[in-house]
Write a protein that binds this ligand. Structure first.
Ligand code: PGA
Length: 274
């Protein structure tokens, strides 16, 4: 059975106080989330430490197991003179440090930063991240024990020109085909058509299913049966009103949610849409 996932990509939104409030609201409703659905909150870097503690402090083990913490990026270098960058090792170190925070109960540890989003079209487009750079980032993230939500997707012109299979296929082959099957087990793929991100325009369920199936078939060329176990998420204006029809598709295992992940009610409603 593939893991069902609803991942929130907060992007560059929320102050620290607002982020803490949001995660507290999500945690407050976590009982409503079906046990077989994994929520992931991918917060800004500044929020990881306190959010790690909030999630780590969830008392009920069933509820605790339903939510994971993630970041939105990491560096393509291990360490050193790269001003402004945050390494995979730093992300992996966050949860270990939570127990040392003043006032933390003895032996407390926070939730690990378990996931990192890589390859988002905003990173590819605004910050020039190529497939080669992304492969370096992915390898570093995996070597630190992080799981990767790897994003792929085509631009509107590419879809209009009928090139979406080619574009997405290349994003898969040039990056993920360089991983071992062991590494691939820690990859979640997110298909996000660029024309649907933040635009209110969603791919139809048929469009989304068609390309998710293509992604799975492409992965199978290299990884065989493992492709059947890889969660492939849909992202791009996914919201409570359209999540159910998208998630009902055979090859859609959940969503990567931007705007709607900033409201706890919407995020939880999406998680209840399988
Ligand atoms: P959106 O963003 O849900 O606001 O369209 C999705 C994403 O970019 O991950």
């Amino acid at each position: 059975m593939r893991q069902k996932i609803v991942a929130g990509n907060w992007k560059m939104n929320t102050t620290l106080a607002e982020g803490i409030e949001l995660v507290n609201q999500i945690v407050g409703k976590i009982e409503e989330v079906p046990q077989d659905v994994k929520l992931i909150v991918n917060t800004p870097f500044t929020h990881l430490f306190p959010v790690s503690k909030i999630i780590g402090d969830i008392k009920c083990p069933f509820c605790r197991s339903k939510i994971s913490l993630g970041a939105q990026n990491c560096a393509d270098k291990e360490k050193g003179a790269y001003t402004g960058e945050v390494s995979a090792k730093m992300l992996a170190s966050v949860s270990k440090a939570v127990g040392t925070v003043a006032g933390a109960p003895e032996g407390a540890t926070g939730a690990p930063v378990e996931y990192v989003i890589l390859g988002h079209s905003e990173r590819r487009g605004y910050y020039g991240e190529t497939n080669a750079i992304l492969l370096e980032k992915i390898k570093l993230a995996l070597s630190e024990g992080l799981k990767v939500i790897y994003c792929v997707g085509e631009a509107l012109e590419e879809r209009k020109a009928g090139k979406h299979f080619e574009v997405v296929g290349n994003e898969i082959k040039e990056v993920l085909f360089n991983l071992s099957p062991e590494q691939m087990k820690n990859i979640v793929v997110a298909y996000e058509p660029i024309w649907a991100i933040g635009t209110g325009e969603t791919a139809t369920k048929e469009q989304a299913q068609e390309i998710h199936e293509f992604i799975r078939k492409t992965l199978a060329e290299k990884f065989g049966a493992l492709a059947e176990e890889t969660s492939i998420l849909y992202g791009g204006s996914c919201k409570p009103s359209n999540a159910k029809e998208l998630f009902s598709q055979k090859d859609i295992d959940g969503g990567l949610i931007g705007g709607a992940s900033l409201k706890a009610d919407d995020f939880i409603a999406i998680a209840k849409s399988f």
